[in-house]
Design a protein around this ligand. Structure first.
Ligand SMILES: NCC(=O)N[C@@H](Cc1c[nH]cn1)C(=O)O
Ligand code: ZN
Ligand code: ZN
Length: 476
């Protein structure tokens, strides 16, 4: 295998260039769930295509069509596909990432403009998308560029698949992957995704499991329009009252999900799995620090980690249509929509979850005797995933981590979701490795999202080293 020390030195020397490029893409507010920012998502996709072309990849854009969001028909952003190298003597690695981001605004509590990458003295680079997932996506590009600049042969062929709707249901992606399994993706030997985080803040990990996610919108509709609560309060069924009651029937404050039958298919805990949690090097105080609170439900670390990785959870996210401004507005909202989602685990499926959620809410609404109308909509649903840690793809990731960081990584599952992981595994019949760049306290989806400069640079080295280690795998 090639001596990678010159590559590592090159990456360190070019830190300023890589940070400038990250600054450039953080400044494109590619928020996939905001209709007004949809052009920015497209712009970000085209930015990536141009960079891939600059690096000599053959690219193509797959446009999945349109969808309706907030009552508006919108063009879905392109899935950016790229092929770099077609040498039949080399293995082909498919790398996936997403270029859309979660919403962010200063009023949420950011200490700097979310779309201006802000470097702090402690090495943190703060900005929306820095860690989820623009930093890692860019990392793959710099791996190719560094090899070119140093004249080092890239030991594998690469296929890129970058999407712009991951944070909003990945519409159109699964269909494209299934349709192209024997086409564009035909020669793929292994898949790697860098879109998650270390378990803590100091030790790297590789990840072999994710929870799924099923998102719902629960709408209660009553009066024809918003009403004066002094004039109508006490005289009619209020949608907010119904909605708050219904949302209260979903989950207890201790996290217990109240939907009948929801736990029926949850995989049994085996002794072998339990032993993994016993030896895990996990510090709950780091989780508390990253959350900015000491409000964990469970007293011991084992229960905490199991409820994050292997049991389902239900979170209430918000209510559309309700008054949320400052001061008091004595209004009866005419129509309100509660949003919640369930993180799902083996062996739960989105169809089963949707059926149980609907049956429960319909039964609870019936009990209210309300004259309002209720509608439950299953939004996106993605399955959970557990990969095979013994596969050579994971061995390559482990060796790469050991080389770059000098430690054996933690082997983790994660509470979050990247539904395409299972799609790649099933449709292509190939191993998918999750190889994170960022740390547990990066604040993805939260305020002041950051990527540490050291994680960015070591992450680029890690992705490069992984490709070399995978190329050296004889068992693949
Ligand atoms: N980094 C992966 C990630 O953040 N995934 C999202 C996926 C999602 C599901 N619904 C909306 N976004 C996650 O929330 O886990
Ligand atoms: Zn992500
Ligand atoms: Zn995300």
């Amino acid at each position: 295998m090639a001596d990678l020390d010159p590559l590592y030195a090159h990456i360190d020397e070019h830190a300023a260039d890589y940070i400038e490029k990250l600054r450039e893409v953080v400044a494109i507010p590619s928020v996939s769930s905001d209709a007004t920012l949809r052009p920015k998502v497209h712009e970000m996709g085209l930015w990536l295509q141009a960079e891939l072309e600059r690096l000599g990849a053959e690219t193509k854009l797959h446009y999945p069509g349109t969808h309706v969001m907030d009552g508006e028909e919108l063009e879905l952003p392109p899935i950016v596909l790229g092929t770099y190298g077609t040498d039949e003597s080399k293995k082909t690695v498919l790398v996936y990432g997403h270029y859309d981001v979660q919403p962010a605004s200063l009023s949420d509590g950011w200490t700097s403009d979310p779309f201006t990458l802000t470097e702090l003295d402690n090495g943190r680079m703060v900005g929306r998308g820095s860690t989820d997932d623009k930093g890692p996506v860019l990392g793959w590009l710099w791996v190719v560029e560094a090899h070119q600049q140093l004249g080092i042969d890239l030991p594998v062929n690469l296929k890129f698949c970058f999407e712009g709707m991951e944070e909003n249901g990945s519409e159109g992606l699964d269909d494209m992957i299934v349709a192209e399994a024997d086409g564009y993706f035909a020669n793929v030997d292994a898949v790697c995704i860098s879109d998650n985080y270390w378990l803590g803040t100091s030790k790297p990990c590789i990840t072999f499991g994710l929870r799924g996610v099923s998102a719902f919108a629960l709408t209660v509709t009553g009066p024809g329009w918003d009403l004066h609560s002094g004039v109508y309060g006490g005289t009619l069924h209020e949608p907010m009252t119904d909605l708050i009651h219904l949302m209260g029937t979903l989950v207890k404050p201790n996290g217990e999900i109240l939907i009948p039958g929801i736990m029926d298919n949850v995989a049994d805990l085996t002794e072998e799995e339990e032993a993994l949690y016993d030896v895990l090097d996990f510090d709950v105080s780091e989780l508390e620090a990253a959350a900015g609170a000491q409000t964990l439900i469970h007293d011991d670390k084992k229960q905490t980690i199991m409820h994050r990785w292997r049991y389902p959870s239900l979170s209430l996210h918000g209510i559309e249509g309700a008054f949320s401004g400052q001061g008091v507005k004595t209004v009866i909202p005419a129509k309100v929509m509660g949003k919640f989602s369930i993180r799902t685990v083996p062996n739960q499926t989105p169809d089963e979850i949707a059926e149980k959620v609907k049956a429960h809410l319909e039964a609870e609404f019936e009990k209210l005797g309300s004259k309002n109308t209720m509608h439950v909509e299953a939004l996106h649903g993605g399955k959970c995933w557990v990969g095979d840690l013994n596969h050579p793809n994971f061995k390559a990731g482990t060796r790469a981590t050991e080389k770059v960081y000098g430690v054996t990584p933690d082997f983790t599952r994660e509470g979050g979701s990247i539904p395409v992981t299972l799609t790649f595994q099933d449709a292509l019949g190939k191993s998918v490795l999750l190889l994170p760049m960022g740390r547990a306290d990066d604040g993805a989806h939260s305020i002041n999202e950051k990527l540490d400069k050291s994680n960015y640079l070591n992450g680029i080295k890690l992705l490069a080293t992984y490709l070399h280690e995978l190329a050296a795998e004889t068992d693949l």
